[in-house]
Design a binder for this molecule. Structure first.
Ligand code: DGL
Length: 265
């Protein structure tokens, strides 16, 4: 049977946090990853921009890579475009990512949950509907984190540390006592790469939650055909921006050594 890859995209390196989980869940599948760093960040841009980029990347991955499924490894693009992409590509399994509010509710004892995400994700109708579906189950303290994904993307550690301190401070008092926030949702796929700095701010007892593993499991369930090969899956990484930053991030977070190719779409 012909081997066809799974397409994965994000505005930049953030989707590597999803690819990391996909790789563990589906070790024999091939993946094509697109980092749209040349048109990032998505989270502080208007919906039209994110929709246009999501459409262009999806069309490219279908036409040039013959993908068998698509993972939108970006909360912002999922909120803005997944319904459109599903309508336009009804034959393609499309999996999105949303802030992990439901797992957070299951975990939280104090019922006070912090949510860090992009401005665009938090302002979306999809996110509002998610919060409404959990009415009465917990208080969500939502914090738009302007600049944080961009600082992670640029590997500007000084700025990442400063923004993590500022935004966690703005969310409130963390801890496991009654009235304190005991769970922090990382609602942008870039933020797991700042976990170390966030944990230092909120303390070791506060659980940080992202959606990498659930998205990987959902992708597994939705695949119509699995690779029959026993050899490890192959990875092709593309970027519309700087090649070296994706290369460094892929090496650092996933131990992927392959070359990164430039893409202009
Ligand atoms: N990684 C993306 C997300 O999950 C957005 C980062 C950006 O603003 O470009 O929302």
């Amino acid at each position: 049977m012909k081997r066809t890859p799974i397409g994965v995209f994000d505005s930049g390196i953030g989707g590597l946090s999803i690819l990391r989980a996909l790789r563990i869940e589906l070790p024999h599948e091939d993946f094509v990853y697109v980092a749209d760093s040349g048109h990032a960040p998505y989270g502080e841009r208007d919906n039209a921009h994110v929709i246009q980029r999501s459409r262009a990347i999806t069309a490219h991955l279908r036409a040039e890579c013959d993908i068998k499924a698509l993972v939108i490894a970006c909360n912002t693009a999922t909120a803005a475009a997944i319904h459109l992409l599903r309508a336009e590509h009804p034959d393609l399994p499309i999996i999105g990512v949303e802030p992990a509010l439901k797992p957070a509710v299951t975990h939280s004892r104090t019922r006070r949950i912090g949510v860090m995400a992009t401005r665009s994700t938090l302002g979306s109708a999809k996110f509002r509907a998610l919060v409404e579906s959990l009415t009465g189950q917990a208080d969500f303290i939502c914090q738009p984190c302007d600049g944080l994904a961009d600082a992670i993307e640029r590997e500007d550690t000084t700025k990442v540390i400063a923004l993590c301190a500022y935004y966690t401070g703005a969310i409130g008092q963390f801890g496991t006592d009654s009235g304190q926030i005991d769970t922090l949702v990382l609602g942008c796929t870039h933020y797991p790469f700042a976990s170390e700095h966030l944990s230092k701010r909120v303390g070791p007892d506060v659980r940080l939650i992202d959606n990498g593993e659930p998205v990987a499991r959902q992708t597994h369930r939705m695949l119509k055909s699995l690779s029959s090969s026993e050899v490890p899956g192959r990875y092709v990484l593309f970027t519309t921006g700087e090649r070296t930053s994706l290369q460094r991030a892929a090496r650092h977070w996933l131990a992927l050594e392959g070359p990164v190719e430039s893409l202009s779409i």
